[in-house]
Write a protein that binds this ligand. Sequence first.
Ligand SMILES: [Zn+2]
Length: 283
Amino acid sequence: MPEKKDVYLGLMTWPEIENRLKESDIALIPVGQTEQHGLHASIDLDSRNAEGIAVRAALAAYQSSKPVVAPVICYGYSDLPGLRDYPGVFSLRGETLVNLCYDVAFSLIRMGFAKIIFVNGHDANPPFIKEAMRLLTKKTGAFCAMAHISEMNNSAAEEILKKHDMPADFGHACLIETSIAMAFGMQVREDKMVGHYCGKIEGPVGKIFPEAPEGISFPAWERPEVTEGIWGQGLPGPKGNPIGSSKELGEELILATIKPVVQLIEAVRDFEPEIKKNLEFEV
Ligand SMILES: [Zn+2]
């Protein structure tokens, strides 16, 4: 059975990486965030889950494709009104996150990994990862994709919440994220678990954007009326309820989450993108 050391680049020597490049050109980059996750979970939750999902997906695809996982990017974008004032919240400027994703992926492409899959564990990161992917595709010719954890396990999450008679109001330090983190070894403070349901956003924003009709979107997370309703002063931090979280639920969610990633890895295994010549680090 392959183990983490067989897929995680940070645990390999350079000759081992050189050898792996003869067998595979697929690299996963976990992207997380460091920020408050309620009273019960440590601030590394998103990074822990992104790394864990990437490693589990790479292990599941090991026999067929031998992908590798780069060391986790543990900071993301978090400058949301209402969320930024908790101790423990770090935030990169959007531009920094684009450049960080770009530079890490570029380094892998220069080594010979022609297919890059970002595994994202934080809901505010995607616009910046997408911009990094646009630049990477244009400048290097590499194949890039993003696997977004909370979208990949959304229907499994809704089913689990239904089974537990819990409302489908979740997304941050909730039963779903917390259970996955527990399966990846997080020591949660069970006696401190407190949830917070946001319900429908009432007030001016609810009136302006009652239900976004198909094809229409808005930057809701940048609206103070929305984010302060979720993470406003004096609230414990979660969006959703973590009570009832368990390693077993985490395992169930992990299996649902890695499935599309493994499918993608196997689908692109034999694809050979044409990589541009003479890729040099930008200084
Ligand atoms: Zn989170």
